[in-house]
Design a protein around this ligand. Structure first.
Ligand SMILES: Nc1ncnc2c1ncn2[C@@H]1O[C@H](COP(=O)(O)OP(=O)(O)OP(=O)(O)O)[C@@H](O)[C@H]1O
Length: 600
């Protein structure tokens, strides 16, 4: 359905049809940005003849973005009155938040194609369109007539630009201009970028008046006394030293969520569980500026103080407690949890003194990684040799003592016997002898296993010290640092969307850091944008997983999770797409313990 039949439009239309049926779009005809977007749209299976998009009529009409966009859209609406153009603002996920249209015919058309407040115009639903490309590629762009992926949009052209937070650079939404195809369409890009810039400036003014209000509230309260005080705004955290010494960035997020739940209730109180394990009682007050709600002022009482007990002064803490609280950085590894600090310190000391060490902890907790890092810290040039007792046992004729003797080649070396508990009674004495011989030559001996009591009798004398490596679920405060560290191994610029960490924190991680690593690698490999979003995580992470599932059940759960993620948590839409009833989807979500944000 071509309305503006310029030669270029016809050529692009032909290239699009060719591309949809089989071929690559010809590079010299179709601009690169459009080609890439077509490819993404085809890969995602977006429809080409009907516009089917999610709809959520209930949204915050007072959000910062909507309020900042309003004066800019008001001005444009006046300028565009009677013209064949419309201006539209979406949030960062493509949900249309405001729209102004110059003339009735265009307004009717936009309603028909659901380019209206409450609908979602992300590329994953509509295919190539200005808003979708601006959000996906985070750059201004123009999509002309037949370049649209969906036929229903081909009689309009649009230009869109991302709206960014001018302090953090984060994309907050998109500004879009849509008009009937016509000669003026190339001027649209300049106009839309200017409008996006105007919205960014208003948002910045909001931020600075918010920040002034927060600072004032913070100073008033923290001026008197040394009780912990925290002020949380959208882009600003203020804390006095009594608060900052005991809270992590994740705690700030938890407290912000808790404060938002309390909402406007004046001076309300709430107890919050912190990521490090303790609790804090917070007294919360909303702070307002001339531009609206600026954030929250929290006065805190940590659990030891709240319960009337006395927190021991640092001088009266035991040496072990003091040591545990001090991080012990190891090359290439992350974490500052007290139990992890302790075992890192022990392993480093044993590596330095060549003291034979037994490390116990669940699979994937980092026992071998710890040995490697502690050994590297001694300046050793080579990595530890690892001999797995399980592998030796399963290899026909496998001779563990010989393997150990060959692996331990003298001073400066480290030798790890993995899965010490798999050494058979028949092998025990010879294995002990091989380990002792290696230690006598100056090799650092380490045994690893899951449970400390599993060491077979003849081997007990081989290890002088023992230390426990904590399970990931017992050191969740380390999760952000671990995620950062593991992602850096995959690629320098990969990051997680903010909603990903809370979901990772809810998981039990029976496979510990190895499982986290595998989940992040899978998500990074399949991610559709520059960062990992909820939808990129393996489906199993979206369910509580209380019972073991058959292959059929696991696949059903995965299908459900994928449908719910694609529908942005909208259960009715997901059920429709799966061809099941709403009752069934609720029942199945409960049965699999599926907990997607926004679908609870
Ligand atoms: N603190 C850490 N920081 C970063 N990565 C870690 C950390 N601890 C473990 N890892 C990573 O987790 C994965 C599993 O670690 P590792 O193989 O050392 O576990 P393990 O406890 O020895 O397992 P198993 O019991 O199966 O022998 C490795 O990729 C390792 O690099």
């Amino acid at each position: 359905m071509l309305s503006d039949s310029t030669e270029r439009d016809r050529t692009i239309a032909r290239a699009r049809l060719q591309f949809l049926t089989h071929a690559e779009p010809p590079a010299q005809i179709v601009p690169e940005g459009i080609r890439n977007s077509w490819q993404r749209s085809k890969y995602l299976g977006v429809g080409t003849d009907e516009v089917v998009v999610p709809y959520q009529p209930d949204f915050d009409r007072e959000s910062r973005l909507v309020r900042a966009a309003a004066p800019v859209l008001d001005r444009l609406e006046q300028a565009l009155a009677g013209s064949d153009a419309s201006v539209i603002v979406t949030d960062r996920k493509g949900w249309v938040r405001d729209r102004r249209v110059g003339e009735k015919r265009l307004s009717t058309h936009l309603d028909r194609v659901h380019l209206a407040p409450g609908f979602n115009y992300a590329e994953q639903f509509v295919g190539t369109n200005g808003i979708g490309v601006a959000l996906e590629e985070r750059r201004p762009n123009v999509v002309l007539g037949t370049e649209h992926f969906n036929e229903r949009l081909q009689n309009v052209s649009c230009a869109a630009a991302p709206i960014r937070n001018s302090v953090t650079g984060r994309v907050e939404g998109a500004m879009n201009l849509t008009c009937w195809n016509g000669p003026a369409r190339t001027l649209m890009a300049a106009l839309v970028q200017e409008a996006a810039g105007d919205i960014e400036r208003v948002m910045y003014e909001f931020s600075s008046s918010h920040q002034r209000a927060l600072l004032e509230a913070f100073q008033q309260v923290s001026h008197y006394g040394d009780r912990p005080v925290l002020c949380l705004g959208q882009d600003l955290v203020l804390a006095n030293s009594a608060a900052s010494a005991r809270l992590t960035g994740d705690d700030h997020r938890l407290l912000h969520e808790a404060a938002a739940e309390l909402g406007h209730a004046p001076r309300s109180r709430k107890e919050v569980q912190l990521t490090g394990g303790g609790t804090v009682l917070m007294r919360c007050r909303q702070v307002n500026s001339s531009a609206g709600a600026a954030g929250y002022l929290l006065e805190l009482a940590f659990s030891d103080l709240a319960s009337g007990g006395h927190r021991p002064r640092s001088g009266s803490r035991t040496r072990t407690e003091q040591e545990a609280s001090r991080p012990w950085p190891l090359p290439g590894l992350a974490g500052t949890d007290p139990a992890w600090n302790t075992v890192s310190r022990t392993a480093s000391r044993c590596a330095r003194d060549r003291t034979p060490l037994l490390l116990h902890g669940e699979a994937g907790t980092g026992k071998s990684a710890l040995v490697g890092a502690a050994h590297a810290l001694t300046g050793a040039a080579s990595a530890p040799a690892v001999v797995d007792a399980t592998a030796a046992r399963s290899t026909a004729g496998g001779d563990l003592p010989t393997a150990l003797r060959e692996a331990a080649a003298g001073a400066g070396r480290a030798l790890v016997l993995r899965n010490v508990d798999a050494v058979t009674p028949e092998q025990g004495a010879a294995v002990a002898e091989a380990l002792e011989a290696a230690a006598a030559q100056g090799t650092w001996i380490v045994g690893t296993l899951h449970q400390a009591h599993g060491v077979p009798e003849p081997l007990r004398r081989c290890f002088v010290e023992a230390a426990a490596v904590p399970a990931l679920r017992h050191r969740l405060a380390d999760l952000p640092a671990l995620v950062d560290c593991l992602l850096r191994r995959v690629g320098a610029d990969i990051e997680c969307a903010p909603e990903v960490l809370p979901l990772l924190r809810r998981h039990g991680w029976p496979g510990n850091i190895r499982q986290l690593d595998a989940a992040l690698r899978e998500a990074a490999a399949g991610r559709r944008t520059y960062r990992i979003e909820l939808r990129d995580l393996p489906p199993s992470l979206h369910s509580a997983g209380g019972r073991s599932l058959s292959a059929w059940e696991a696949s059903e759960r995965d299908t459900l999770v994928q449908a719910l993620l694609a529908a942005e948590g909208n259960k009715l839409l997901a059920a429709q797409r799966l061809g099941i009833s709403r009752t069934t989807i609720y029942r199945k979500m409960r049965s699999y313990g599926i907990t997607l944000p926004g679908s609870g």
